[in-house]
Ligand binder design. Structure first.
Ligand SMILES: [Fe+2]
Ligand SMILES: [Fe+2]
Length: 282
């Protein structure tokens, strides 16, 4: 099973903090084109929050237009830049009928890996909360089935070292980590929010944050500095091979500016030796 992940698209129609850095509608369009060209094609495409900057109907309309070529594979979750009611309205065709009432959490059960979406965003807030209601929901969702499971959520439940991002993170992250640890069949926990690829573990569960399809956050662990940076738009591919997840990060650039060297001849020679059982001598 191949699971793509896009995150933090931040579709905007005004100049906010990051307005002059990149055109996020344009970069999301480039990522969509890139995903469409992938072979094999991803079975699903998780969209892990901050899909718009302000959660307005106009921004969701632009978002849905841009996502239209891959819409049927999108599994959407809100982030702190989204607005719950407008988000549910914008994705009414893709959200299941049994989505949680007070938060946009739900389970997708139709694949070899269960997909459990946990929404910890709060109305009118830029931080998140793993409260008793969400804890009970997640415990029930994970206890219901012990098949291999991927949990997707917006806020990472750990300190990343990017201090200003950590300070407006999800409260009760320790309780979320404890819930994951009680369920080792959660083989992968993926998040957005950080605008960078970051990996850690919770118990035996691999944890990964996804870069943005727009601007990235600069890798600078100095506690007093913070910057956005025009590193390329990106996505992740989580490949489930039946035993484990293997996570790839893909960078997306203007196809006209990309230079490649065709390694087809070399790959053919490697395949020939592999199939003939010949050693890979220099
Ligand atoms: Fe974001
Ligand atoms: Fe966020």
């Amino acid at each position: 099973m191949l699971i793509a992940q896009i995150s933090d698209c931040h579709i905007r129609d005004h100049e906010g903090w990051f307005g002059r850095l990149v055109d996020t509608t344009e970069t999301l369009g480039q990522v969509v084109e890139h995903l469409l060209a992938l072979e094999p094609a991803p079975d699903v495409i998780l969209a892990t929050g901050d899909l718009t900057d302000d959660g307005t109907p106009a921004q969701y309309a632009t978002l849905r237009d841009t996502l239209a070529p891959i819409a049927e594979r999108i599994v959407p979750l809100p982030g702190n830049h989204d607005e719950g009611p407008a988000f549910r309205l914008a994705f009414a065709d893709l959200l299941p009928v049994d989505v949680a009432v007070d938060h946009c959490s739900y389970v997708v059960d139709r694949y070899p890996v269960r997909l459990v979406g946990l929404d910890t965003s709060l109305p009118g807030r830029h931080d998140g909360l793993f409260d008793a209601d969400r804890e009970a929901w997640l415990e029930q969702a994970l206890s219901a089935d012990d098949r291999p499971t991927l949990v997707f959520t917006h806020f990472p439940p750990f300190d990343t070292g990017l201090v200003f991002m950590d300070q407006a993170g999800v409260s009760n992250a320790d309780r979320l980590r404890a819930t994951i640890e009680r369920h080792p069949h959660v083989r992968l926990l993926v998040t957005g929010h950080l605008h960078r690829p970051i990996q850690t573990t919770i118990g035996s569960t691999l944890v990964s944050t996804c870069p943005s399809t727009g601007n990235q956050i600069n890798l600078d662990l100095h506690p007093d500095r913070a910057a956005a940076i025009d590193e390329p738009p990106a996505f992740q591919l989580h490949r489930w091979d039946g035993e484990r997840f293997i996570t790839h990060t893909g960078l997306v650039r203007d196809p006209a500016a990309v230079r490649t060297v065709d390694l087809g001849g070399y790959a053919a020679e490697v395949r020939r030796r592999y199939e003939a059982g010949e050693p890979f001598t220099k």
